[in-house]
Design a protein around this ligand. Structure first.
Ligand code: GCU
Length: 330
């Protein structure tokens, strides 16, 4: 469609105009990274730290330039630029990656992760590694992931049981699994990009959304949706992906340095995430008047359970990944 073409072209032109050093000075690389979060978000801070670290490890030969706040386009558009080798890296949410590689659907299965530890065990082990590499033939792969906490519903009116979602217009990420989950709860899903959500809530285009509590504060959603229901249906990570074209341009020493820096940034963000999330809850309560609602999560889990089998039946690979993840939790 036209808008998409324009954004991709604008993104490509913007990047072209800034054609950096790697072409001119051989052996030196400026890696451009796009994301849609604000600069006070822990994920932005972690990626800034990654940039500093990789510069240090390579004596300045590899640098990272970050474009925050979706200035180069939405998450979807940024991953498309990465896939075409026009952009080096993008931070997106695993939900959006589902449209690029079906293995990411698994990470969207409600209540699959039984705890934060279970989530980290999965993502930092063999399962995570396989997921990161699954999209290699599609032009990009995962470098690392960041904690994005548990996603819950928040709305302009209180949701205390799944029945309260009946007919509500809920913004979801552009993800088939998120759409199916919302339908199982008998709500009406509206896929929108993150940047469009504030206005959509404000103008009543949607009644509700789902995310972790930091969205209330960093994206100011708490101003327009005052009821946050702690149903914690998914733990979908944020993902840092890199173009295979970029990887091929880097020497193996530079690649190793980038992976090391990315790993350290993941550990750093793990350490600050919980505090950032608790801080967001406190600010949303005190300064925005958001009410946090405790619910019986089992009611939400029961309604959304069919999705687990639906995703598992999509491919032998998805079924195996789901089973491997479940096995880890015992
Ligand atoms: C999380 C994630 C964002 C994403 C957002 C969304 O907040 O960090 O990158 O865009 O969810 O719901 O779209």
């Amino acid at each position: 469609n036209r808008r998409k073409f324009c954004t991709l072209t604008a993104g490509a032109l913007l990047l072209g105009k800034m054609t950096p050093s790697w072409a001119a000075q051989s052996g030196s690389h400026e890696l451009r990274l796009s994301h849609n979060l604000t600069t006070d978000h822990s994920v932005h801070k972690a990626m800034t730290m990654m940039g500093e670290r990789v510069a240090e490890l390579t004596n300045g030969a590899v640098r990272v330039r970050i474009y925050p706040g979706a200035q180069l386009g939405t998450q979807r558009e940024s991953v498309e630029l990465v896939q075409r080798g026009i952009l080096d890296m993008a931070k997106t949410n695993a939900s959006e990656l589902e449209a690029f590689d079906p293995v990411y659907s698994v990470l969207n299965v409600p209540y699959l992760f039984t705890s934060r530890d279970h989530f980290y065990q999965t993502m930092t082990g063999d399962i995570g590694r396989k997921i990161f590499q699954a999209s290699r033939s599609r032009g990009f792969e995962g470098v690392t992931f960041y904690d994005s906490g548990a996603r819950s519903f928040y709305a302009t009116r209180p949701i205390r049981t799944p029945d309260d979602l009946y007919n509500m217009k809920v913004r979801v990420q552009p993800s088939a699994t998120a759409i199916a989950m919302t339908q199982l709860l008998r709500a009406s899903p509206t896929p929108l990009s993150f940047g469009e959500l504030y206005t959509a809530l404000q103008q009543g285009v949607v009644d509700a959304a789902e995310n972790n509590p930091t969205a209330l504060v960093t994206a100011r959603h708490g101003e327009v949706a005052r009821f946050f229901t702690l149903d914690e249906h998914t733990r979908v990570p944020d993902m840092l992906v890199i173009s295979t074209a970029t990887l091929e341009r880097l020497s193996s020493a530079h690649r190793d340095a980038l992976y090391q820096a990315a790993h350290e940034s993941m550990i750093f963000q793990k350490g600050v995430w919980e505090n950032a999330s608790e801080q967001a809850v406190a600010t949303a309560k005190a300064e925005m008047g958001v009410e946090f609602i405790d619910v019986d999560q089992a009611l939400f889990a029961d309604r959304t359970r069919p999705l687990r089998n639906e995703i598992a039946s999509q491919s032998a690979q998805s079924e195996k990944v789901i089973q491997d993840i479940e096995r880890l939790s015992v």
